[in-house]
Design a protein around this ligand. Structure first.
Ligand SMILES: [Zn+2]
Length: 381
């Protein structure tokens, strides 16, 4: 079975166009800020003309703006109006943050456009009367894009983002199910014992970043940041791809990186990229036709995955215990693999019946009263 799936292709724009894009981005900011101002003013009127402006209203109000703008055209202005209205509804605010064109708090450049206004021209692209060249243009061949945008990153480089529709062939995975435990010692461990080593990219580079910032080499420091982000992304992409290709059902713990980011472990938590890994698993699973399930992490590192007794290490103090032996049944466990197995069990308990790859023993960890029928589907004990 094949399913349609939208993927966004990113192309780095050749630097000769940066000056034009920077100037166009200032015009975009102007239109955006106009929308912001007029929407606020209309929504806070005290007479009967008070109104919550929609994207359509804003398009009408900005219809004459093309005469005053040199670079961007009517399609970009309409896209800005529509996007502004959507963002404002999503944020539930009278006013959004202004887009800043200059200074240290400058907004990163953004130029949206409609699908028809970006055209091919030989090996290059044509937009608003200007010719653009991108790196890796061979990836453009044979694709038909939808509405996209030019976007700037923190380093100042411009990227062309083009959503394209693809159809993906869904096939069954060779193995049935897996539990994934997200941690700090290893970023992720599966119930089959596979590990994604802790991503310490930021930790490893922070001395260099600090030194660069002290020397006021801001751009250089931002480059290092970008490199760290890309390395983390790469590792997460590879690991999630491997899991999605191998397993039909993936169970992940509900560990919240946002909550833990407020504790002393914040730097390690953010460096490990849990959020990113979960997001990748989710969307890759979706388009490959896999089940991705999130379950509560409670007691998963304490419970013994063989007998279910809560005899394992618990609390922050025993975070250092990597291997332990169950006092109840004598089984020796690796902390993370055991937790991943418990997560897998929790997933199969509350989902449809799934028979695991590994012998699923007594599943009494936190729910002692499994019915015998349930137990049979879980592994026949
Ligand atoms: Zn045990």
């Amino acid at each position: 079975m094949s399913v349609p799936f939208t993927r966004t292709l990113r192309f780095k724009v050749r630097p000769e166009s940066y000056a034009w894009l920077n100037a166009a981005a200032i015009e975009v900011n102007g239109v955006f800020n106009y929308c912001n101002q007029i929407s606020l003013a209309t929504a806070t009127r005290t007479d009967r003309k008070r109104k919550w402006l929609s994207g359509y209203d804003l398009c009408n109000l900005t219809a004459v703006a093309t005469e005053y703008l040199q670079r961007i055209g009517a399609d970009t202005i309409q896209r800005i109006c529509v996007e502004y209205a959507q963002k404002r509804v999503a944020a539930r605010r009278l006013k959004l943050r202004w887009r800043v064109s200059r200074g240290a708090r400058r907004s990163l450049g953004w130029i949206p456009f409609k699908a028809a206004s970006l055209k091919r021209k030989g090996t290059a692209l044509r937009f608003c009367g200007k010719t653009f060249r991108v790196f890796e243009r061979e990836r453009l061949e044979g694709v038909s894009w939808k509405q996209g945008c030019f976007a700037q990153d923190a380093v100042g480089d411009w990227w062309l983002c083009l959503p394209v529709e693809e159809s993906i062939e869904q096939t069954a995975a060779p193995k049935e199910s897996v539990g994934v435990d997200l941690g700090l010692k290893d970023a992720a461990v599966t119930s089959d014992g596979e590990r994604l080593e802790a991503l310490r990219f930021y930790r490893d580079a922070q001395h260099r970043i600090g030194a660069l910032q002290r020397r006021r080499h801001v751009r250089q420091a931002k480059r290092v940041h970008r490199r760290i982000r890309r390395r983390r992304q790469d590792a997460c992409h590879k690991f999630s791809r491997k899991i999605i290709n191998t397993y039909q059902k993936i169970v992940v713990g509900d560990v919240s990186s946002l909550k833990l980011a407020k504790t002393r472990m914040a730097k390690s938590v953010l460096d490990s990229g849990w959020g990113m890994l979960k997001r990748f698993l989710q969307y890759k699973g979706e388009c490959a036709g896999r089940t991705v399930q999130v379950v509560s992490e409670r007691n998963t590192s304490r419970g013994c995955s063989s007998c279910g007794a809560l005899s394992g290490p618990s609390g922050l103090r025993q975070l250092a215990v990597r291997r332990w032996e169950c006092a109840h049944c004598g089984e020796s466990h690796d902390r993370d693999v055991n937790a991943a197995r418990n997560i897998l069990t929790a997933g199969s308990r509350c989902g449809t019946s799934v028979s695991g790859n590994e012998p699923l023993a007594c599943r009494a960890c936190s729910e002692p009263d499994i019915s015998s029928a349930r137990r049979r589907t879980l592994g026949g004990r």
